[in-house]
Design a binder for this molecule. Sequence first.
Ligand code: SAM
Ligand code: SF4
Length: 320
Amino acid sequence: MLTDSFGRVHSDLRVSLTDRCQLRCTYCMPEEGLEWAQDVLTADEIARVVRVAVWQGITEVRLTGGEPLLRRDLLDIVAAIDVPDLSLTTNGMGLARIAPELRAAGLQRVNVSVDTLRPDRFRMLTRRGGHEAVLDGVRAAKQAGLLPVKVNTVLMRGINDDEVLDLVAWARAEDVELRFIEHMPLGPDGAWDRADLVTAEEVLATLRGAYEMTPVGARGHAPAELFVLDGGGPRVGVIASVTQPFCGDCDRLRLTADGHLRACLFSREEDDLRPLLRGGASDEDLAAKLHAVVASKGAGHGIGLPGFVPPPRTMSEIGG
Ligand code: SAM
Ligand code: SF4
């Protein structure tokens, strides 16, 4: 098992398939994009790292990016991964077309990011169009059986924080689970300000004003605190990454598109696996590296503590 020095057992691996994206969400990427990684892992290399990770106790793999649907060999990668829980996080562009093939290749479920229900706001927020394609993607994923479809929303004050109840009503009508994620200090310079944070507690207060909220069990390793509204319908949740960090229960490891293993989203250190993968290392050598990275994991991300410095890479580069 991949156990760190605090006794946390790691069973969840996030794999970034690319750092590229066709959108430019203001909280994630600068308008001009980023300097894209030139030397990303091949499908075979990704499959090998995942196989070794599963051998060491990983039971859940989430494919992400950047935008993972941009990866041309995505279906090969999905088909090559054998793990009890395989999911993918996407902005939903192009999902409607590929959802049935993803399901057939072995993908079990998807998370789709929907920050607004208004096409004009979508254009402002993503600096691109395509809002209808995203909503179509959510429906197609459901039809393809990529269940449960979960929707992620990042709220920003004065930008989309007036849409909480509209988004909830939409998610209930579409029968998808909606989770509001607190904005984290990971995007372009100047995009995050603690004073502007729309907190999970604020979201819950808005929801309590409109619905009877019943908590759903214990959170466990899952970051979302979930509720049933008015006694039924899909669950709605908040992910309080900043105001109520869940580092004590963290069971995640991350692999970047360019082959770096990270113990935490906010790590300032990462280990390049490419020399091992391309230098004739054995599976045992790779497993030893996984254990070393897990062993080096800190207690928590430390956002808000004196001396906190965000990592030099954005969420899209690390894999969100
Ligand atoms: N492109 C895909 C998407 O947008 O779903 C997958 C990658 S994206 C980096 C993964 C998730 O990270 C998305 O739900 C996005 O909203 C979220 N995200 C990006 N930057 C963030 C930030 N600074 N704080 C909180 N969530 C962020
Ligand atoms: Fe692209 Fe996802 Fe980042 Fe938006 S959040 S720019 S869709 S990687």
